[in-house]
Design a protein around this ligand. Structure first.
Ligand SMILES: Nc1ncnc2c1ncn2[C@@H]1O[C@H](COP(=O)(O)OP(=O)(O)OP(=O)(O)O)[C@@H](O)[C@H]1O
Ligand SMILES: [Mg+2]
Length: 331
């Protein structure tokens, strides 16, 4: 009997140093992802998210440490893991001369479905992801966002326990993003799937994640559900946005203040926010008061990180394992 909080992925002291790179992409990372639910990996560009996913999906070998998926070792047991997972890789691309219908059906047939079974599952998904009208159009003629939806469809259509989606909603319009969110939530709730995703959209992470981890330079900085991560990592619970009528110096006396685009943002307590509000009223300037978001926590935690490890040369990694990329499922 599977316990409620049984781990589906366990990484222990995981290290990945790419060839010719002195800086570890994954640097002693220990992380447990529980079965069922949506787990999101967050981190700046170059933090190690894709590297983590590629090790978990047995496309890349770790340098040291261990990673287990379904309790199986990614190095010793890759084939048994691959049968039970599906992946949407970062920057995947559908095959140009196939249409959306073909892609989704192919994804299923590669896993042993008959043409009829594949068609039966393809049609409803085309509708769900708003691909119905372009189902027969070659993917080379589709927009970037529509191509991205094909890649997502190819993964979620597979009847697997564990799915990995590396920045799945990149390039999707706000309506498309929400459709994908709804479908991921449905798969989690109705089919009990475990979904591991990465995103740079903090609102997406906040809306979707049961649990998340913020990683930086290959190790975990914060982990928990979005509420816990916010509570543990930013002292003040309230932020005040001011666009005019106050100087940075004035606002800094109320709490930590940052410049956010055209706004000055003060992190502070509810009481001090009320104080600023009274002063703003007196000066007749508008302000906006809201709870801190995951975005604030992210900037606070990793704002000073680097996007590209300095010593790391942009080299091609020799393929340690030849695996299908570009959105194709693995068998
Ligand atoms: N094939 C490779 N060869 C050498 N270094 C690599 C290779 N792939 C990634 N790296 C390096 O490993 C580190 C982590 O990269 P990774 O792609 O895992 O980051 P990421 O968190 O997915 O970033 P992004 O948000 O930009 O997708 C970076 O410093 C990157 O330059
Ligand atoms: Mg990445």
């Amino acid at each position: 009997m599977r316990g409620l909080s049984e781990s589906i992925i366990e990484a222990q002291d995981l290290v990945k140093i790419y060839k010719k790179s002195k800086v570890p992409a994954i640097d002693g990372l220990t992380l447990r992802i529980k079965r069922g639910g949506i787990f999101t990996l967050l981190g700046r560009n170059g933090a190690g998210k894709t590297t983590f996913l590629r090790i978990a999906t047995t496309q890349l070998l770790p340098t040291s440490g261990t990673m287990k998926v379904f309790g199986l070792d990614v190095v010793k047991d890759p084939k048994r893991i691959r049968r039970r997972i599906a992946i949407t890789p970062q920057e995947g691309r559908p095959l140009f001369t196939l249409n959306a219908r073909d892609h989704i059906a192919l994804s299923l047939m590669m896993r042993g479905a008959t043409r009829e079974e594949a068609n039966a599952k393809t049609e409803p998904l085309l509708k769900t992801l708003d691909l119905e009208n372009v189902g027969k159009v070659h993917s080379e003629e589709l927009s970037g966002g529509l191509r991205q939806r094909i890649l997502i469809a190819m993964t979620i259509v597979c009847d697997v326990e564990l799915m990995f989606l590396d920045e799945p909603t990149i390039g999707l319009d706000p309506v498309g993003r929400r459709k994908v969110w709804d479908e991921l939530i449905r798969l989690k709730n109705e089919e009990g799937r475990t979904i591991v995703l990465t995103t740079h959209y903090m609102d997406e992470a906040e809306s979707l994640s049961d649990d998340l981890a913020i990683i930086d330079r290959g190790h975990v900085l914060a982990k928990g559900n979005p509420r816990e991560v916010k509570e543990r990592n930013v002292g003040p619970k309230t932020r005040v946005d001011v666009s005019q009528g106050f100087t940075l110096e004035e606002l800094s006396s109320y709490g930590r203040t940052i410049k956010a685009g055209n706004l000055l943002r003060v992190f502070t307590s509810d009481e001090v926010a009320s104080e600023i509000s009274r002063e703003a009223l007196r000066r007749k300037v508008p302000i906006s008061i809201s709870p801190v978001t995951l975005d604030d926590v992210f900037v606070e935690l990793v704002g000073s990180g680097i996007e590209q490890a300095e010593e790391s040369e942009p080299v091609e990694e020799p393929k340690e394992r030849e695996e299908p990329q570009r959105g194709m499922v693995m068998k």
